[in-house]
Design a protein around this ligand. Structure first.
Ligand code: FAD
Length: 308
């Protein structure tokens, strides 16, 4: 066993939670992505601190994987440690109209649990297939709501192991963004303020959101949601459609005919196919409308042609 593997085993006692050379295509909704040197299911803060210390000492890059629903991982995969927050990071506790939830908890689970407890304000998240932690970092939102509207505090662990509680102002929410993006912050717990609401109305609102998605999004094929952020005052999907790019294809990656801001994997698409298509979409839209689209999807690993 290599010295790193040995040290990992001393931090994560259950060997089943450490996977070597794990293809990340198994863990992304795009079904694309090469291997991670190590994919590790981290169950608690003590394990997380131990892994961050090890990564610092061995100069290993660290990536946090949620549900992989906003990710394009390169065909070469990524080196270092990919950490998935499981175990205690999935906790969910309601105290009055306050929710305390782990960074690894799924947004749909949170939305449904809140509804069952008669708490509203998070219904919009019922169809966002990601985690609370990633949701805070990108300020996930839909149907007029976003996490910035409900988050009161986020606990993060920085790459150097420091734990810090951040206010919404410190998180710095923006449109599908926050100041935590591109930093080493790992969101381990979030406190949200919800409000009492009727379970029947909430159920109806959630049913409506889910139905609208089924009607407008290409959910039959693997995808990573919206590929580009909406530019101010417009919709990326509208610009891409107007540029005549619906159905445009690169290998098995295709601009969806159903929703132009989705790229779908028709079967064997590679990250290179998707990146090449993204480049084409971006340059065509820029030439036609003078608007430079910004990627919403996060890109891990080599990105030879596309500069996000
Ligand atoms: C069909 C479909 C529909 C979607 N609809 C929406 C929508 O309506 N609105 C919307 O906002 N998004 C939407 N998305 C995109 C996606 O679900 C959200 O961006 C979601 O918040 C990503 O969560 P994740 O756990 O899958 O993150 P991942 O894709 O696993 O990771 C995304 C980024 O967040 C980082 N990250 C993950 N967890 C943490 C953590 N705990 N702390 C710090 N960083 C972390 C990762 O390192 C990575 O950089 C959709 C996606 C799909 C496939």
């Amino acid at each position: 066993m290599s010295p790193i593997a040995e040290r990992l085993r001393s931090i994560i006692r259950d060997p089943g939670r450490i996977r070597r050379d794990e293809p990340l295509k198994r863990h992304t909704t795009f079904r694309i992505g090469g291997p991670a040197d190590y994919l590790i299911q981290v169950a608690n803060r003590q394990e997380l601190s131990g892994l961050l210390r090890l990564a610092g000492e061995e100069s290993l890059p660290v990536y946090i994987l949620g549900k992989g629903s906003n990710l394009l991982v390169s065909d070469e995969g990524v080196r270092g440690l990919v950490l998935s927050l499981t175990g205690e990071f999935g906790h969910l506790a309601l105290e009055g109209s306050t929710v305390r939830v782990g960074g690894g908890c799924s947004l749909p689970k949170l939305a449904h649990q809140a509804r069952k407890s008669g708490l509203g304000g998070i219904e919009f998240a019922c169809a966002i297939p990601g985690t609370v932690g990633a949701g805070v970092v990108i300020n996930a939102g839909a149907h007029g709501g976003d996490l910035a509207q409900v988050v009161k505090e986020a606990t993060v662990i920085w790459g150097d192991g420091r734990l810090e509680r951040l206010s919404p102002h410190e998180i710095g929410f923006g449109y599908r963004s926050s100041r935590l993006q591109g930093t080493s912050a790992i969101v381990v717990e979030v406190v949200m303020a919800l409000h009492p609401a009727g379970p029947a109305e909430m159920q109806e609102a959630m049913r409506h959101h889910l139905e609208r998605r089924r009607a407008t999004q290409p959910l039959r094929y693997p995808n990573a949601g919206s590929v580009f952020k909406n530019p101010p005052g417009d919709h990326a999907g509208r610009l891409i459609e107007q540029a005549g790019l619906k159905g445009a294809r690169e290998g098995d990656a295709q601009v969806s005919a159903k929703h132009a801001n989705f790229i779908v994997n028709l079967g064997q698409a590679t990250a290179k196919d998707v990146l090449t298509l993204m480049d084409r979409v971006r340059s065509t839209v820029q030439q036609r409308f003078g608007v430079l689209l910004e990627a919403e999807v996060k890109i891990w690993g080599q990105s030879p042609c596309f500069l996000p």
